[in-house]
Design a binder for this molecule. Structure first.
Ligand SMILES: Cc1cc2nc3c(=O)[nH]c(=O)nc-3n(C[C@H](O)[C@H](O)[C@H](O)COP(=O)(O)OP(=O)(O)OC[C@H]3O[C@@H](n4cnc5c(N)ncnc54)[C@H](O)[C@@H]3O)c2cc1C
Length: 556
């Protein structure tokens, strides 16, 4: 049975605001008398939350609405890499690659709990084909016509040299060459792969990144509304009147000086049907799917595989016991269709990886799949793979009040995108132009970039009843906040009901009170990936527990 403490009373003052968060109707009514806010942000993906955080930190009054859960769309469905994007060098997207490469280390330092360096092994084989319509392919077909879509190894090494040096590196290791025979990296691969290059990029827990940005925005005064849709926005006398609709149908209006449309895949829909402005910009929706299999190999490095069709996929060690494989590229025209990994996409990924791996993999190895839609700026590119991954920000004042529409982008460049957005926003608000987010840690990230092992040891010493795997999970989710999550617990029993995989009532309460979670799905698929470990029955029990009484009302 659970011991007596009331969740919500044990945190420091910084998080008290979070405990006052009231989703749905209650929050709508309370806010009726709200004055005009400076900035209203539509969309609680990484771009909306990043912009809200940056603006709130500059002292602007900010409100954000997300129609579902935070990161419920594209921002929880990425490959989860802070990366420059090696393959974008083929398209000569130098600005994008350079900005992203520089950004990797800035972000690593600000969030060493949810992000860490990864090594990528790129097996080399002379017959590997590359995408045919890249500028590099076109140039090579003129100067080296006999290569027919192939790349000499010196050219790949040159690309990696640029990748190592375009953005400067202090933390991440540079490229090395590998002889695969007899090595752990070579062991899972077919024998025809004898040589490889190994380079660095970083892992990022994408949906936790979004939530931590939202938490930090709120700690700096922003109001974050989840499960609240912006159903209309109208300009009256230079002020936006934004209609919000909670999931129970309750409505309220917020007045705002400026709007940010960070609706991701819905950005164009919001322009045309919610705000109703005449903008010529469009979005190209490109679906990307991933599969998660049982763990396919023992070492902790990723593979970068080059396919016969010129595309690439990654295989990535995932959640200790699994391997993540992705991604695909397919046009996705209808935002009302939830993206899913189709049987064809699953077979494509299995066949692609099996070309490289000694052991063929099949549907039986797949334990989960997910899919997301890239909201790419429509630049008229001929193929989904070729469409630009760069972000485009468009300011519109045609109605008399300003709105900034956000297209494209990457998780990796979200902070820079927010800075660029604020460059366009601050001219409307005097004295708010001071940039500040580089170097400021996200909640729980206030420890050295290589400090995870020391922090794990500290947590274990403080809570000796935790096992090593539990400690590792808590530190890589909450960082220094893990101590706040566990509070005064002296034993596992003090943490309340264990829903499975050491997800306890106290942790669930933290997620509800401080991280905007409301349902079991929010908790097991976005605040964590414990859905990979919990049974259907355990998830149902968690849902029933949450429905019976939300933790802020429950003495456990
Ligand atoms: C398969 C795939 C792999 C990727 N891999 C990587 C990677 O490894 N590294 C990387 O850097 N980038 C990667 N990306 C890109 C990255 O994920 C996206 O650029 C980023 O997540 C987009 O964020 P966003 O905030 O614009 O959109 P979203 O995350 O989709 O957020 C938009 C939000 O707006 C909400 N919304 C829409 N309309 C309304 C409304 N009317 N009212 C209220 N809310 C509304 C939606 O519910 C949604 O949550 C990948 C993308 C995909 C699809």
């Amino acid at each position: 049975m659970l011991t007596g403490f009331t969740i919500g009373l044990r945190y420091d003052a910084r998080w008290e605001a979070a405990a006052n968060f009231e989703p749905g109707e209650a929050s709508l009514n309370k806010r009726d008398q709200q004055d005009v806010v400076d900035l209203f942000v539509i969309g609680g993906g990484i771009n909306g939350c990043g912009i809200a955080r940056d603006a709130a930190g500059r002292g602007m009054s900010v409100e954000l609405a997300e129609m579902n859960d935070l990161a419920s769309a594209t921002s929880s469905a990425s490959t989860k890499l802070f990366h420059g994007g090696l393959r974008y060098l083929e398209y000569w997207e130098i600005r994008l690659v350079r900005e992203a490469l520089i950004e990797r280390e800035t972000l690593l330092r600000a969030m060493p709990h949810i992000s860490w360096p990864m090594r990528f092994v790129l097996p080399y084989h002379k017959d590997m084909r590359f995408e045919g319509d890249t500028p590099t392919s076109k140039l090579l077909s003129i100067v080296m016509p006999w290569m027919k879509g192939r790349r000499p190894s010196w050219l790949i090494r040159f690309g990696l040299f640029l990748y190592d040096n375009l953005g400067g590196r202090k933390i991440l290791k540079g490229t090395t060459s590998l002889n695969l025979a007899g090595t752990p990296e070579g062991a899972p691969l077919e024998d025809r792969f004898e040589k490889a290059f190994e380079y660095s990029d970083c892992w990022i827990e994408d949906s936790r990144l979004v939530v931590l940005n939202a938490r930090d925005a709120m700690a700096r005064g922003a109001r974050i509304n989840v499960r609240t849709k912006v159903s209309a926005a109208e300009q009256i006398d230079g002020i936006w009147h934004v209609t919000l609709e909670a999931q129970d149908g309750a409505q309220r209006t917020v007045r705002a000086r400026m709007l940010v449309n960070a609706g991701g895949p819905w950005v164009e829909d919001i322009i045309r049907n919610t705000v109703r402005i005449n903008a010529s910009e469009g979005v190209r929706l490109v679906r990307g799917s991933h599969i998660v299999t049982r763990k396919l190999y023992d070492h902790d490095k990723c593979y970068f595989f080059q396919g016969k069709d010129g595309r690439i996929i990654f295989t990535i060690p995932y959640e200790t016991d699994f391997t993540l494989i992705g991604t695909t590229d397919a046009d996705h025209t209808d935002t009302s269709q939830k993206p899913v990994c189709t049987p064809e996409e699953q077979s494509y990924l299995l066949d692609f990886a099996s070309e490289y791996l000694k052991q063929d993999i099949s549907n039986d190895d797949v334990v989960w799949s997910y899919s997301g839609v890239r909201p790419l700026y429509d630049d008229g590119a001929s193929s989904a793979t070729a469409a630009t991954r760069d972000y485009v920000l468009k300011l519109d004042q045609s109605t008399g009040a300003p709105i900034l529409n956000v297209f494209g982008g990457k998780i990796t460049t979200y902070r820079k995108l927010a800075e660029s957005a604020l460059d366009m926003i601050t001219p409307f608000f005097e004295g708010r132009d001071k940039i500040w987010t580089a170097g400021v840690p996200l909640p729980g990230g206030d420890f050295p970039v290589d400090g995870v092992p020391a922090l794990c040891e500290k947590l274990r010493a403080h809570y000796p009843f935790l096992n090593a795997r539990w400690v590792d999970r808590l530190i890589k989710a909450y960082g220094t906040d893990a101590f706040l999550v566990l509070g005064d617990a002296k034993s596992a029993t003090d943490l309340g009901q264990n829903f499975g995989a050491n997800l306890t009532a106290r942790e669930v309460a933290w997620l509800v009170e401080n991280e905007f979670a409301q349902t079991a799905e929010d908790i097991v698929w976005r605040r964590s990936k414990l859905g990979l470990r919990l049974s259907t029955q355990e998830i149902k029990t968690l849902d029933a527990w949450l429905t019976a009484a939300p933790p802020q009302q429950r003495a456990v």
